[in-house]
Design a protein around this ligand. Structure first.
Ligand SMILES: Cc1ncc(COP(=O)(O)O)c(C=O)c1O
Length: 389
């Protein structure tokens, strides 16, 4: 059996895959099993933030692999401590918990918010508000937190203690909070990624930030997709005047190895106590060593380049033939085509360009260091495919 046949025989039918099997890559280039080359504008859904087989990341990972591959969280580990220090110094947050994925980072944020409120106010003030059209993960809690009806079937019962409010409607959020004194936290993505690449409006995000802080409702920001330099700032929320109490991230921070992280500010840093949460693999030394090599490079110069490249894509595609709209920030962009997105992706693959989708849009999450000539070439191909009659 070839890989396609083995996959359909032995892998649970959870993913609808494109008929391509990648076997290698370098930077923003991918190669399939027939030797065809592609320009990668998806970076494994925002994971390979310095591209495939990034030299510095590989060096850090292999060095750690040959030194100490795993040690349990019963003991101290230098890469984990060094990475946490780096995160806190760069963000101003106070403490970090490491896990292995975005869903786990959010699970930790949700549990942490409930514990904060239980510790301070006693039982009963434990409801989390999330936004309609959000996406927060696939565990039972994060699936419940995900504000999309399409996910809320088949797995009943979902968790109690979640309420949903529309994005960019501040009065609706405030009304919900006034009606429900049991609300302890609000959780938002800076840019709804899976929901179709919708950045939060400034007035709304800053408004919920203000209301939440005045009412001791914790502000949790899910930066799983929008974090780690993706928007042209270290974290997406840094494009706004907001102060999260808890931040979750994953994807790009690990650069290709599973790593999730939840950051706590001065209000929430001591919410977790020994034994109240944990993870066997969380903060694995190899994943953390790789993440350090990534975090070191998320500097102002790179952020300026991300913004510039994002602006280039926007300028090239806004108003172009076959394009309804372009939304997003930095290198997290959604292009709304006039034709159904499902008809466009196979054409792009055929022409050697890998993109993602989000609802009705083409979603671009290229490597942050994608060379300009690759970007120009790929955007040119997208433009020509979208312009086809
Ligand atoms: C905003 C957001 N939160 C959480 C998740 C879940 O992350 P993971 O698939 O690593 O569990 C995702 C994944 O796409 C995401 O985009």
């Amino acid at each position: 059996m070839n890989t396609f046949e083995k996959d359909s025989t032995y892998i649970a039918h959870i993913y609808s895959r494109y008929p391509v099997c990648f076997v290698s890559g370098k930077g923003s280039h991918l190669y399939d099993d027939k030797g065809k080359e592609y320009i990668d504008l998806g970076s494994g859904i925002g994971v390979d933030i310095f591209g495939i087989a990034d030299e510095k990341w590989m060096e850090a990972v292999t060095k750690q692999l040959h030194t100490l591959n795993h040690v349990s969280n019963l003991f101290y580990s230098k890469p984990m401590a060094d990475l946490a220090e780096m995160i806190c110094k760069k963000t101003g947050m106070k403490k970090v918990f490491f896990s292995n994925s975005g869903a786990e980072a959010n699970e930790c944020a949700i549990k942490g918010a409930r514990k904060y409120s239980n510790d301070k106010y006693g039982n009963g003030r434990n409801t989390i508000v999330t936004l309609i059209n959000s996406f927060h993960g696939r565990t039972m809690a994060t699936l419940t937190a995900t504000g999309q009806d399409v996910f809320h079937h088949d797995f009943d019962p979902f968790l109690p203690g979640f309420l949903y409010t529309p994005a960019n409607d501040l009065p609706a959020f405030i009304e919900l909070c006034e009606k429900h004194p049991e609300i302890c936290a609000v959780m938002v993505e800076t840019i709804q990624g899976e929901g179709g690449v919708h950045p939060l409006e400034k007035e709304f995000f800053e408004g919920i930030n203000k209301y939440a802080h005045e009412h001791d409702i914790l502000l949790i920001v899910d930066e799983v997709q929008s974090g780690n330099g993706r928007t042209g700032k270290l974290y997406g929320y840094m494009n706004y005047d907001v102060q999260p109490d808890i931040v979750s991230t994953a994807k790009g921070i690990g650069g290709g190895l599973p790593l999730g992280a939840t950051f706590f500010n001065e209000k929430t840093e001591n919410v977790y106590t020994p034994g109240s949460h944990g993870s066997t693999f969380g903060g694995n030394p190899i994943a953390c060593a790789g993440a350090i090599s990534i975090y070191q490079r998320l500097d102002d110069k790179l952020m300026a380049e991300v913004t510039e490249k994002g602006n280039f894509i926007k300028k090239s595609l806004e108003g172009a033939k076959g394009v309804k709209s372009v939304a997003g920030m930095g290198l997290m962009l959604g292009i709304e085509p006039e034709k159904p997105v499902g008809t466009i992706i196979p054409k792009l693959l055929e022409k050697g360009v890998v993109v993602l989708t989000a609802k009705e849009k083409i979603r671009l999450l290229p490597a942050l260091n994608i060379p300009m000539e690759d970007l120009e070439k790929a955007v040119g191909i997208i433009k020509s495919v979208l312009a086809e009659d």
